[in-house]
Design a protein around this ligand. Sequence first.
Ligand code: PBG
Length: 338
Amino acid sequence: MEEMSHPNDFFPATRMRRMRYQAFSRRLMRENRLSSDDLICPLFVIEGNNKQEAVASMPGVNRLSIDLVLREAETLLNLGVPAIALFPVTDPDKKSLSAEEAYNPDGLAQRCVRALKDALPELGIITDVALDPFTSHGQDGLLNDQGYVVNDETVEVLCKQALSHAEAGADIVAPSDMMDGRIGAIRTVLESHGYTNTRILAYSAKYASSFYGPFRDAVGSAGNLGGGNKYSYQMDPANSDEALREIALDLREGADMIMVKPGMPYLDIIRRAKEQFGVPTFAYQVSGEYAMLKAASQNGWLDEQQVVMESLLAFKRAGCDAILTYYAKSAAQWLKQL
Ligand code: PBG
């Protein structure tokens, strides 16, 4: 063709590939970075001494007795991870309909917090505020005669639980229960007891997700839940505007940070939340996401380090300030090697 006869007659006005050509200019224009400062490690706690149990559906993740949690926490602290999130595994005989064990000052979570704050005061400790590890039916709240999770009665128990965590020394309490009004109620209780600096990380946009399956195995709530579901309090995965309403409410009630959960399938929610509110925004790369990445890696189908680091960077790009991930330790180790 006449007009294409000389290749130099035509060139793209902008060559996007020019900046990608060498590592130095790729580095200069990189918009987002992951650091160990962005990572929070969830840990499952069990009774006993020097005891660890593998979680079958989460290869590489173990339930740990408190002494081993201390060792793991020290490793994480040395790797630059700022905080951990504790999930206690309650013995079946301590579970009940009214979940009294949730606010036992000598409960597993409370003892673990005290041991951690004693040994590693600079490590941030996040506790889970929800009743599912403590109810005999595996729901996050108390049930009425019809099997419905009752809101306001549950919030009263959540307040006792959150207060017991603060008294044990928790830096951040994280309600993951999705009851209405619980952030305001917990904030009031904390303030009235002098815990003005205890932070609240609100699981504001927590979806009724099937990606939580391995977690329910890990804490032993799956069997109790049976065929039950959490649709009457966790959010419908079809919704996005509703997440913003949840977040607005939690912020008005006194949340310091908000969370979107699960993570990877909900990056659009993170982006909308960050744009609309501009508050500390966290995400939870949940158990099922871990299981997918791990299974594909173990099969040799994906390069584990590459896909994990890509997934965590994607959270940053979406607008996350910090990410709860079972890959926190590995990611912090990989970041050190880079
Ligand atoms: C329950 C709770 C769940 C998770 C954290 N807290 C499960 C659920 O709502 O059934 C899931 C975390 C994960 O899957 O990694 N309060």
